[in-house]
Design a binder for this molecule. Structure first.
Ligand code: PMP
Length: 449
């Protein structure tokens, strides 16, 4: 598109402010949205009607010069910021060196270094290995392939409210039909769904919720047929559902006792997001396999499966791979982002952000019974909305608040099986003043609806 205003550089150079110089969308954004409608498949939606031209710190700047507070991080991806200087430098240097050889043709050090870092950082001190891919869905697909090869079994259990991706196998694992699955079947076979732990709605203790799930698995599938149980330690798209204490531990113990591979899908919850490097740590569990993506590489497409060496090595030579998996530029970005996570105290920063969000909205909840729940960990926090009288999920209120916030220059995303959850996923590079201003806009939108 033609942009005759000076396009600012992203990253810390951007003024950290909410600034509206037009209504949203402004004319230049509208021009791009019109072109999008004409050129891009109608199947590809967008939540925020702006043409992004720069981003960094805690803001996204659009083609009209509006500066929006970013409480979404492009769905938990730009956790270190959208143009972290270390990541930008690493990308430029690597791109100048070489952009691709294909790791399956001529391997390179950057891929191996990312694997070493993941083997070191993921929970547990057992021997681990990794394999790199391009997207979260692809990581999940490959984790299932590894579990099936290792066990010689085919069934896979996923949970209510799960989200694992949009490819054929991962659609089958994902719970919600619209918009992710509707009309796209038939889906992959041998996927079974059981209820998990959703304390607000099931009122069960963690061990009781686990016993319910395990009972169903034993009766309806049989451990001897089950390759893997896959779960998001804190569910993402399904509504930022935090399981009751003891739930995950009991499921892991059952998997271990029955030689079933326990896969933690940390695609959304990984990389300092929840106040720990991985959400699994918050519950004291050690998964057999961990899938990662999103926050791993500061915005570049990269994903991984990391897990027990003997499981990762169960696959025959050349059984795993793909043309672009572990692209060197993405790996260089990941090494820089991981260095930032480790040296900039970002897990602690995520906890501080979570504390601010929780304090603000638990206070608001006292006066507003439509806020059914304030939950999450670290910078992965959510508000669930329900009718105070009937308890029915209030997706309409949630959508109205989200669009009011966007019109006021604050990017907030929704989620939840019933679309009745506002989720906060700010970049950890956001400053307190901007975060507070953004949360204030959300609170004002709630008060006005
Ligand atoms: N698993 C989880 C937990 C996710 O949140 C997502 C993406 N929202 C995926 C898998 C799929 O990742 P991708 O969109 O990169 O394929």
């Amino acid at each position: 598109m033609t942009v005759d205003i000076a396009v600012p550089l992203g990253g810390p150079a951007l003024r950290q402010e909410r600034r509206l110089v037009t209504s949203i969308p402004g004319p230049r954004s509208q021009e791009l949205l019109d072109r999008k409608a004409a050129a891009v498949s109608a199947g590809v939606g967008h939540a925020v009607p702006v043409a992004a031209v720069a981003a960094g710190g805690g803001v996204v700047v659009d083609a009209d010069g509006n500066s929006l507070i970013d409480l979404g991080s492009g769905i938990a991806v730009t956790t270190v910021g959208a143009a972290h200087p270390r990541v930008v430098e690493a990308i430029s240097a690597q791109a100048a060196q070489f952009t691709h050889t294909c790791f399956m043709i001529s391997p390179y050090e950057q891929y191996v270094a990312v694997a070493e870092a993941l083997n070191r950082l993921t929970p547990g001190d057992h021997a681990k290995k990794s394999a790199l891919f391009n997207s979260g869905s692809e990581a999940v697909e490959n984790a299932v392939k590894i579990a099936r090869t290792h066990t010689g079994r085919s069934a896979v259990v996923a949970f209510d409210h799960a989200y694992h991706g949009r490819t054929n196998l991962t659609m089958a694992l994902t719970a919600k039909s619209m918009p992710y699955k509707s009309g796209f079947g038939p889906f992959a076979p041998e996927i079974y769904r059981v209820p998990g732990s959703y304390p607000l709605h099931d009122g069960l203790s963690g061990p009781d919720a686990a016993a319910r799930a395990i009972g169903l698995i034993e009766k309806q599938i049989g451990a001897e047929n089950l390759a893997a149980v896959i779960i998001e330690p804190i569910q993402g798209e399904g509504g930022f559902v935090v399981p009751a204490d003891g739930f995950l531990n009991a499921v892991v113990d059952w998997c271990t006792a029955n030689d079933v591979v326990f896969i933690a899908d940390e695609v959304q919850s990984g990389f300092a997001r929840t106040g720990a490097m991985f959400a699994s740590e918050l519950f004291g569990i050690v998964p057999d396999l961990v899938t990662t993506a999103k926050g791993i590489a500061g915005g570049m497409p990269l994903a991984a499966v990391t897990g027990r060496a003997e499981m990762m090595d169960a696959v025959h030579r050349s059984g795993l791979g793909g043309t672009y998996g572990g692209n060197p530029v993405a790996c260089a970005a990941a090494l820089a982002a991981i260095e930032a996570y480790e040296t900039d105290g970002l897990a602690t920063r995520a906890q501080q952000i979570g504390d601010r969000i929780r304090a603000r909205f638990t206070a608001a909840q006292q006066d507003d019974p439509r806020i059914a729940d304030v939950r999450g960990r670290g910078a992965m926090m959510a508000l669930e909305f329900a009718d105070p009288v009937t308890g029915a999920p209030d997706g309409a209120l949630t959508a109205a608040i989200a669009s009011a916030c966007i019109a006021e220059g604050v990017i907030v995303l929704t989620c939840g099986t019933y679309g009745n959850v506002i989720r906060f996923l700010p970049p950890l590079s956001i400053d307190d003043a901007l975060l507070d201003e953004g949360l204030g806009v959300v609170a004002a939108a709630l008060a006005a609806h």
